[in-house]
Design a protein around this ligand. Structure first.
Ligand code: ATP
Ligand code: MG
Length: 291
């Protein structure tokens, strides 16, 4: 399965929490491939790239040893597997934390109280690193899944597990004690692929698209008309990506203002713009922003 010279390989999670957003990211980069079906290798029809759909646990090692040139994976797994890979970008989805939790009524109230206790985890290496940095000794109980059940089965006094909202932990009568690692999905690369002329060119081209797509996420393109006299007030209200574009209109007392705006502030800004005299406000999605 080692990647053929000339074509790039990217390993992604086959069927899990990261799969949907990973496909969406690759599609937003203009890549044309089959996302349905069970095939392990999905060639892109319009870019020299093959998508390899794999178990997420295998991806850090495959990228480290060059089975895949690139990978999209939770940073938590890159850390746990101690993969010698280069992180090219944080992708802004799959956000979660590796957290130590204890039973609600446990006497353990702080990290220091964990000394000599048993902690169940699927992340033994990351946990061991944390305990070393705290100069603490604990029993590490490896469990491959359903970690949150370990205290009720009395195989551990605490757990160290991935949480996002924390609701699974709460449902199992656990409370958070300490965050060991904050994680999100990342794009990682094999060091030899980055040193190979043809592959690194392809990686650079892909990176321009990925950065463009990440930049555009959560942003909208806004156009509005305004009296020329209100222009100064209006441009002061818009938290613009760069300076807004001001276009003269046939009515010389009026101008059009175009700008990129973050969607989470749009509604507040829009109300202020209306008050300042803006009209005909149009907001449209942005596919990509190439700086
Ligand atoms: P696979 O079958 O590929 O081995 P998995 O069951 O090990 O999948 P998922 O549960 O799909 O993995 O999680 C994939 C990644 O999603 C995690 O490694 C983590 O980076 C991220 N993630 C985000 N939120 C959560 C969460 N609440 N629980 C677990 N993982 C989460
Ligand atoms: Mg897995």
């Amino acid at each position: 399965m080692r990647s053929e010279s000339g074509r790039l390989n990217i390993a992604i999670q086959n069927n899990g929490r990261l799969t949907g957003e990973t496909f969406a990211l690759l599609r937003s980069c203009g890549l044309d491939f089959d996302s349905e079906g069970k095939s392990l290798r999905r060639p892109c029809r319009n870019f020299d790239l093959d998508i390899l759909a794999l178990r997420d646990d295998d991806i850090p090692e495959y990228v480290q040893n060059g089975v895949a040139d690139l990978g999209i994976i939770g940073m938590n797994l890159v850390v746990e597997k101690e993969a010698r890979v280069k992180t090219l970008a944080r992708l802004g989805f799959g956000n979660c934390r590796l957290e130590i939790c204890v039973p609600e009524h446990s006497a353990i109230g702080c990290v220091d109280d964990l000394r000599g206790k048993r902690i169940a985890t699927s992340y033994p290496s990351t946990l061991a690193g944390f305990l070393r940095s705290e100069e603490m000794e604990c029993g590490i109980v490896y469990v491959s899944g359903a970690v949150e059940l370990a205290p009720s089965l009395d195989v551990a006094d605490a757990i160290c597990d991935i949480v996002s909202t924390g609701s699974t932990a709460r449902m199992n009568g656990l409370r958070p004690l300490h965050t060991v690692l904050e994680s999100e999905s990342v794009l990682i690369a094999n060091h030899r692929a980055l040193a190979d002329g043809r592959k690194s060119d392809l990686i650079d081209r892909l990176m321009i698209r990925i950065r463009g797509s990440i930049e555009a996420r959560g942003r909208r393109y806004m156009m509005l008309n305004a009296p020329r006299a209100a222009l100064e007030n209006i441009t002061a209200i818009i938290p613009s990506l760069r300076s807004p574009t001001v276009v003269p209109l046939a009515d010389e007392n009026m101008v059009a203002v175009h700008s990129v705006i973050a969607e989470d502030v749009f509604w507040d800004v829009m109300e202020n713009l209306k008050r300042a005299g803006a009209s005909d406000i149009i907001v449209i999605p942005i596919e990509t922003i190439i700086g």
